[in-house]
Structures are given as C-alpha cells and as structure tokens.
Design a binder for this molecule. Sequence first.
Ligand code: ACO
Length: 448
Amino acid sequence: PQNVGILAMEVYFPATAVRQDELEDHDKASKGKYTIGLGQDILAFCTDWEDVISMSMTVVQSLFEKYEIAPDRIGRLDVGSETIVDKSKAIKTWLMKLFEESGNADIEGVDSTNACYGGTAALFNCVDWVESTAWDGRFALVVATDSAVYAEGPARPSGGAGAVAMLIGPDAPLVIDRRCSATHMEHAYDFYKPNLASEYPVVDGHLSQKCYLMALSSCYRRFCTKFQKIQGRQFSLMEADFLVFHSPYNKLVQKSFARLVFEDFSRNKSFVDEAVAETFHHFSKLSLEESYTNRDLEKASQQVAKSQYNEKVIPGTLIPKQIGNTYTVSLYAGLASLIHNKADSLVGKRILMFSYGSGLASSMFTVCAEQGLHPFNLSGIQEKLDLSARLASRTMVSPEEFGITMSLMETRYGAKSFTPESEYKVLQPGTFYLTEVDDLYRRSYARV
Ligand code: ACO
C-alpha cells in the first residue's frame, strides 16, 4: 500500500466547560496567569454523565456516520488513553459494542498506555499494521480518549477532556512518514499516577516542563540525522511548513517552537537569520543542561521565534487552547485544528509533529499533506469537523460549579453502585453517556 496515513478524523469534547479568565478570578490567581501565563482560554471537563469510554464511543460512532463507514470495514482498532477505568479490561473492548450488529469481531489491537504518548503508540501500531504482511485490506482505526483532571492547586487549570478517532489506510490526505520517525524514551518521575485509588497524577510541573523540552531537543536532533541520511540534505525549520506539538498548555508550545529555533542555531548558524544568530550568540556558552532552564534564553528565543510561530504553529493550537490538555488526544486535536484553519491549502506541505508522554516517551515524525481520494480529503475533513460551531455551542459552567463537579468526580472514581446525578447533563445529539455502574462495577451506556 502507498501513502499510508490518516484518511479521516473526528474530534469530540464535552459540552461542559469553564472559562480560564473566570477560573483565575475564582482561584485568586494573578490576572492573566492562566490566560497569558499558561496561554489557555477554556477548559472542557466531564461530569459524571461522561467518561473516557463514552467519549470514545461518541467519537467513533460519529466518524462512522459522517463518513458512512460500515463497521465491518475495520480490521484493526488501537486505543490510546491514560485514564484508567479498569486495570485489566481495555477501552477497546467496550468499543466492540459498536461492531456487534455488523458481526465483525475480527479486529486486532488493544489499549496503549504511557501518559500522553498512548495516542501516538496507537497511531504507529495502526500505520505499521497497514504497511505489514498482516494487513488484510481493511481500514485501521486509532482512538485516543482522556479526561485530564488535577487536584486543586496550580496544575488544575491545565486540565481538559476529549477524544479523537482517526481512520487509517492507503492513499491518505495525511501521509505518515514512518522512515523518519525519531524517538526518545527514558525513566523520569515528572508526572505519574502511582495512587490507584485516585484519578489525580503526582506531578512535578517544572520538572515535567524541563523533561518535555529535553525530549523535544533529543527527538529533533535524531530526526534531523535520519532526515539527512534518507533525503541527502540537512533538515532545518525552513523545511517544516507547520508544526504541531503535544499541548499540556499553550505556553509550553510557544517555548517548544522557540527551543527548536535555538536548536537550528546550535546545529548550523546559517539556519537562522543574522539578527537571530546575533541574539543567540550570547547564549552559545551555556551547557546543554543549562540551556533547558535559562530564563533569559527562553525569553530571547520566544521573542526571535515569534513571527515564525504565528505563521507555522498558531494554526494548530485552536482546540488545545479551547478545551485544555487532553493528554493522548492533544497532539491530534492540534492536527485537527490545523486542518480546520488551512484545509486544502495544506496540500504539498510538510507538518512536523511532536508527541510527549511523561515518564517518559516521546517521538517526532512528519505528516505530508496530499490531495487524497474522495471522500477522504482535507476540505472534507474540515467540513465534517465543523469546529467553529461546535466550540461555540458549549455550555459555560461557573468555576464554583466546576469545583463542585471535580469533588463529585472524586467520589465516582473506582466507585460502584451509582447512577449519574450531576445537574449538568449537557449532551448534544449523538453523545453516548453513562447510565449506571452496578454493584459488580459493570458500566452501562446509552446514546442521546
Ligand atoms: N500574567 C501573565 N503571566 C503570568 C502571570 C500573570 N499574572 N502569573 C504567572 N504568569 C506566568 C509565569 O511567568 C509562567 O510563565 P513562564 O514559564 O513563561 O515564566 C506561567 O505563567 C506559569 O506560572 P508558574 O508560576 O510557573 O505556574 P505554576 O508553577 O503555578 O504552575 C504548571 C504551572 C507547573 C505548568 C502547572 O500548571 C502544572 O504543574 N501543570 C501540569 C504539568 C504539565 O502539564 N506539564 C507539562 C508536560 S507533562 C503533561 O503533558 C501532563
């Protein structure tokens, strides 16, 4: 098969959300801390009517309906998630309910978990399956779903919730180039979930930021080496038309792009303008370690990278800014934002993607935008995503009610024998929702 990649995609986010400026006031944080400091506008969250399973069912069913995909045309389904509902039973197995009627139970793949990296692991599995001898001519389906919730405190505004489904096959409008994927993995305790009785992570926020930037640099250098070997020429950011980053909060995306501009300077001064080289020259004596935490370098690089950031990065930031961190979903929510903003004008363009999951696992790879074959093309995806209308039609909940919901959700995590009771039963048509968790922890769902 040729040009294997993403044929179609659908994104889902809960209709319940809270504005970051209101959250700032409520939390008595200094004005601008969440909106400018973290760069976030709105945070989407699940009430007890929704969870990662219902969101994954909603997004898959919606993809099937919008693209008229019969469930028996799927031969592999991989799920990425770090929101643990069950320590054994994969989210994938719940999704099999959507295939029951078609009689299709012949579907490989289960769940992948490592913080925010699971979606990328699932994507690589599906692309590799289509490119392998195991491929039987059917589509693969990648699903990522997460609810990012934090204990009260500075990390809480960096939460979010959502799901994405991506149909994988040949002749795609978004071709994944597996030859050049570069990976960096190592052990770190930056963000982890050792307490199985709580949905909240243990997080060292500042260390996680440093680990993210270190992994980014490492992947970029490895990526450049591979690119040169395969293409016979050096890679620099001039070769990337757009960049999409895993987005825990937008400020880290700004810092990440700026870091890559500094990486280009460090590799070859001719990759950056003279004025930029002049600015970076003052920092060329910093050790690699110091360069990840030096505040002056951080500010200077964000400054010199700004115009390129506006052009190459902002188009892929809409959904993450509007719904918050969605862990495994985040990078692909960024890709959907780019399609929303650029659609067909992306054809022929190279998109550089960076995936990061704490603990830590990270990869950089490229997506090449192509014409695709009807009905799988970029303007079709843009139209079916219908993002502006969907983002605008949400229900904004007050910070007080958001806090009350978070407290309610703490009592739901790992619980049995309950039916949802949140007064915010805000569900658009087509949304799956939880109806009951029985006394054997068995979950039931219905669809609006
Ligand atoms: N106006 C404008 N900017 C402000 C204001 C203000 N009033 N107040 C603070 N800021 C800026 C700060 O200067 C800082 O920006 P900078 O880093 O560019 O200087 C930013 O806002 C955040 O302020 P901090 O004091 O660093 O914030 P705090 O320590 O309270 O929390 C953090 C931020 C660490 C990101 C926290 O939200 C967190 O732990 N989040 C979860 C961890 C995370 O997402 N890590 C990322 C990778 S791992 C993953 O994906 C889960």
